[in-house]
Design a binder for this molecule. Structure first.
Ligand SMILES: Cc1ncc(COP(=O)(O)OP(=O)(O)O)c(N)n1
Ligand SMILES: Cc1nc(C(=O)O)sc1CCOP(=O)(O)O
Ligand SMILES: [Mg+2]
Length: 215
């Protein structure tokens, strides 16, 4: 699996709790067919699977990502990421520290870190993470404990402070925001609802991919 800055262009995040009537595996395959460039398995919140059921869903999702040669990240759960030999792990400011992850994870496992402020971005660069998730950009109902939105101005300030650090913007993002977010300096957009709640997830993904290719 090859992971670089361009892998962040259209980054899809999904857990079984993010779909209504549809099979999460169907939604993921639609997104992969539509051209998502990175995927994160985020099984979290009310009704989320745990234990063996969580493992089995993650394993099936990983197989799909491998079929489409898309990097497969796990949210928060380092034990699961190691068990599956995932391409990467994504953690936030209140999760396992980057230093602790490096003590246990294979060297080749990529690490993404959530940040909201410029100071956190500068610290992330010092920690040499592989990318930062900047957010929330806009109001989102998908993450109950999301911080106050930082807007496009936040993306501009942060990406100016750490221009060499790959970054993806997250939080309440729709296709109509993609161009402005890229112009603000982020390498891509990370979305849940824009694809998972779409009537046609493949079409929704294709729109994002097309816009991303136009800039
Ligand atoms: C790409 C990306 N960016 C940010 C987040 C949020 O991570 P975190 O702050 O740890 O919150 P949870 O997702 O764990 O609820 C993310 N998952 N992915
Ligand atoms: C998982 C996540 N992290 C965020 C952050 O700000 O770090 S916002 C968020 C939810 C993103 O979902 P949607 O695209 O539906 O708004
Ligand atoms: Mg987390």
């Amino acid at each position: 699996m090859n992971f670089n800055r361009s892998s962040l262009a259209v980054y899809f995040i999904l857990g079984s709790q993010n779909v209504n009537d549809q099979d999460p595996l169907f939604v993921l395959e639609q997104a992969l067919q539509g051209g998502v460039t990175c995927f994160q398995f985020r099984e979290k919140g009310s009704g989320a699977k745990t234990g063996e059921a969580k493992f089995q869903l993650a394993e099936q999702m990983q197989k799909l990502c491998q079929k489409y040669q898309v990097p497969f990240f796990i949210n928060d759960d380092l034990e699961l990421a190691i068990r599956l030999n995932a391409d990467g792990i994504h953690v936030g400011q209140d999760d396992l520290s980057i230093q602790d992850i490096r003590k246990i994870a294979p060297t080749k496992m990529k690490i993404g870190l959530s940040i909201t402020t410029t100071d956190q971005a500068i610290e992330a660069e010092k920690l040499a993470v592989d990318y930062i998730g900047i957010g929330p950009i806009f109001q989102t109902t998908t993450k109950s404990d999301a911080k106050q939105p930082i807007g496009l101005e936040g993306v501009i300030e942060i990406t100016k402070a750490v221009p060499k650090l790959p970054s993806v913007a997250i939080g309440g993002i729709t296709k109509s925001d993609l161009i402005e977010i890229r112009k603000a300096g982020a390498d891509g957009v990370a979305v849940i609802s824009e694809i998972a709640s779409a009537d046609q997830p493949k079409l929704a993904t294709e729109s994002l991919v097309k816009l991303s290719g136009s800039i």
